[in-house]
Design a protein around this ligand. Structure first.
Ligand SMILES: [Zn+2]
Ligand SMILES: [Zn+2]
Length: 360
């Protein structure tokens, strides 16, 4: 009997469906995963709402997924075992080119940046699938019993780690994170895990409450004297880093208002439509500002993100808004694209399906 996989696919704006296709054969260097969950990323629902036009359709997207190894190819690493819980390396690399050997796997010269279309016409990485054939080198093993939907934060936390390492955050440094959405709070949590004192600015009531719940001081940037409040809450110390985790012009403006001498500003978020950055080069020059951007993650960032999740030093359970079965992927997209929503987790199996899984 031919084994098949079921997966979520966006076929048009506001339209997500569940399709089926044959499961690809398992190569010698690969593992077969029974996938458990995939969280809906901003990139995914941006395509679903029609806001992001930079991706082709039908898009079998999803990349915040997690599962269990159920079969190993004969050359798949000896450190991997049947039953291991794993996340996936979302930023592939060859491991052999010059950039990879220098540790700069994001700069890998052997990996296509462009979307690749499968022979049966789909784009994307089939993240919302119930089975997944992965290269053994691209799975990251977890040792603790954290839930799969939390392992699903491996990709986004790894992109956060790339930024934290660019900012070179050290213990007792001061950090302001602008925006308390999923990515803002992940940035805040990672900076805190690295020993920084972190303050969050946010305008939305629900997100303010969430940020406080996660233990962060929150300041509303609309309040008179908010800059003064921030200075006071850091006891007058210099502001070392600002992370802009909201892709809108007012967030950029706020970062420039808050920047002091020698502050580093990291532009973490993309925005659609593209936000403006109203700054003159004299200001950058005289304040010795360091403006930087980040997108993606090195292999080393991914491993550190896994360690942060696995050790519980970054706890993401409060960033999961809702759960839906794969069959309700349309509803899951509706929930994920509701303004102010945190992550929505899609579960690949219903409990009663468990016994029908012939590949186990
Ligand atoms: Zn993502
Ligand atoms: Zn490479």
């Amino acid at each position: 009997m031919e084994e098949r996989m079921r997966f979520g696919v966006i076929t048009a704006a506001h339209q997500a469906e569940v399709h089926e296709r044959p499961l690809p054969p398992l190569g010698d260097d690969q593992v077969l995963l029974r996938m458990e969950t995939c969280n809906i990323c901003t990139t995914d629902y941006g395509l679903w709402t029609g806001a992001r036009k930079n991706q082709p359709m039908p898009m079998a997207g999803g990349h915040e997924n997690a599962g269990v190894i159920i079969k190993k190819g004969k050359n798949a690493g000896s450190h991997l075992n049947i039953g291991d819980r794993v996340g996936l390396v979302a930023y592939e690399n060859c491991g052999q080119c010059r950039e990879c050997r220098l540790g700069h796997t994001l700069g890998c010269t052997n990996i296509e940046d462009d979307w690749v279309q499968s022979e049966d016409g789909y784009w994307g990485d089939f993240g919302f699938a119930n089975y997944y054939v992965a290269d053994a080198r691209n799975v990251i093993k977890f040792h603790s019993d954290i839930p799969f939907e939390e392992i699903g934060f491996l990709e986004n936390l790894s992109t956060v780690m790339h930024g934290i390492r660019m900012l070179d955050i050290k213990p007792f440094e001061t950090v302001v994170v602008i925006g308390a959405g999923t990515m803002g709070l992940l940035n805040a949590m990672a900076a805190r895990a690295y020993g920084a004192e972190v303050l969050v600015t946010e305008v939305d009531e629900k997100k303010i409450a969430r940020a406080k719940e996660e233990g962060f001081p929150v300041i509303h940037p609309g309040e008179a004297g908010y800059q003064e409040q921030i200075r006071e809450s850091f006891n007058g110390r210099a502001l070392n880093s600002i992370i802009v985790a909201a892709g809108v012009t007012p967030a950029n403006r706020q970062a420039l208002e808050l920047a002091q001498m020698d502050t580093k500003i990291l532009f973490f978020a993309a925005g659609y439509p593209a936000p403006d950055l109203p700054v003159g080069s004299n200001e950058i020059h005289y304040k010795r500002l360091r403006l930087m951007g980040t997108f993606g993650a090195e292999l080393s960032d991914i491993q550190i993100a896994a360690d942060l999740l696995d050790s519980g030093r970054v706890k993401v359970s409060g960033l999961i808004e809702a759960h839906y079965p794969l069959d309700d992927i349309q509803k899951a997209y509706e929930a994920a694209s509701t303004p102010g929503a945190y992550r929505v987790a899609v579960h690949m199996w219903k409990d009663e399906e468990e016994s029908l899984c012939t590949l186990r």
